[in-house]
Design a protein around this ligand. Sequence first.
Ligand code: FE2
Length: 621
Amino acid sequence: MQTDPLCESRIEKPHPVYVPRDEMFEEIKQNTFAAGRLKALLHNLVPQIAATLSSSDIPFKCFSDIDKLYNDGLLLKDEEQNEAKATQALANLMKEVLTVGERLLKYEIPAVISRDRFAWLRDNEFARQALAGVNPVGIQILKEFPILSQLDPAVYGPPESALTKDLIEQELHGMSVNQAIEEKRLFIIDYHDMLLPFVDKINSLSDRKTYASRTILFYNPAGALKPIAVELSLPPTPSKPWDKRVYTQGHDATTHWIWKQAKAHVCANDAGIHQLVNHWLRTHSSMEAYIIATHRQLSSMHPIYKLLHPHMRYTLEINALARQSLINGGGIIEACFSPGKYAMELSSAAYKSMWRFDMEALPADLIRRGMAVEDPLAPHGLRLVLEDYPYADDGLLIWSAIKEWVESYVDHFYSDPGSVMSDVELQAWWDEVKNKGHYDKRNEPWWPKLDTKEDLCTVLAIMIWTASGQHAAINFGQYPFGGYVPNRPTLMRRLIPQEDEPEYEKFLLNPQHMFLTSLPTQLQATKVMAVQDTLSTHSPDEEYLGQVNQLHGHWINDPRVLELSKRFSSKLEDIEKIIEERNKDKRRKNRTGAGVPPYELLLPSSGPGVTGRGIPNSISI
Ligand SMILES: [Fe+2]
């Protein structure tokens, strides 16, 4: 194949991707913990898992096969002498959750099943995870009916959804769709338009099958949110110009199993979008443009450089590592997540269709999704439509604390009117973020201006929130929720059998077999669990929001800034107490109740390891 002589070629291992010196991991990070662990995992453990399982890469045959990963562990093959050494190095690194010792790889029981072994099977848990799980940013209010696709009908068929009024009303206990919409009781997780253009491509990959899903959820008068219908779409073909199937929870054994299968397909859609869009694109990648512009345009003495400095730590290096070993062609993300080799294409398409700087502010995102409405009298200026929405409820506390800190800091340095406009470094910085960092979107009308100090505060709050609270909410629940494959399969390998297909009879005879053989294989699952575990780990030298590392604290040499910084820290300590109280409040069913885990992803502090809590200052894993 002819290659464009002007295009860049990738840097192959063992050469590392270039990262500026002051962005590189410090020794403790490099040699000892999370990132070192990620390297060890990718270079030693994953190949060993592959060597152990690839000759017999089979699906899980029964649920106890999955349990064995936590109870008995996986005996790694020791093919070469020197692997024993590598395994010992791994054993030293992976003490907390993954136990690797004497060639035995053992996983910790993930939080999602540690309190309640069967919660993942229930509809209310499915809905709870949409509000308090690892991807709490997909749910939106259903604003209008009928549901229509925006895709080109010439390619993707008629725009109407198969989710008709009649069908939904069967699940509304006597309420009409109009009334339910009016009372803000209907919600949707809609991956139709984002995924349908990829479905044929994904389904042509071997051993991988997907649909584009829509899930309708109903907040019933008893105060419980539940999924009531799932629509799974395939692109039109000449013989089937409209291929959309609707599944509901059902009341008999057959529909119950099919419903479970349909929900698993939704979870696989969700896992792909979470990883490629909400995690990689909207946090890791987005920060890069801000970091590069900050280094290029602001002097290290500039007050905004100093403010942003703790929020840029290690991000370029972790992204370089991810590009080389996680999201690379043929890498783990492609091997284990449903979009396969189209993973980056999906991420880019989402950037084109939905990424907007101004919507990365938590309040703006909640309002865009209809999950909150503006209310000047409410705290934070907005009211949640679903009060018990832990991510949003705790997130707004963090967002407001960041905003307040930024406002006080900016006020201190930009007291003169016009001082933001006349700051040439700052204007060049914002210009670079928009025009170079986001060249393709440079002419979008939604870019905030940078004329006043209020403009500056909004821009900075978005950047700091993205690096801290948003990334923490999206990142550190990966193993706690994804570590049990049936709860959150990262891909599906079979479509749901139709009644006229031979597979259907096999399904009736052994539905559990169909369910388990649709999930990732044992090799895919163990690889992805090891990666999710590592990505959910805090390093012992992690710097949390509101904390300033002694080594980096020299920038606060202004007593006023020191005072403001302390105020921010104590605000975060107060927030931690508020969240802990919320987690004990029995009225909050999405964080309390029999077997229900508390929502801790936005608790600011944490110890090292996989804790499912803690907001680091920056994206470093
Ligand atoms: Fe991350």
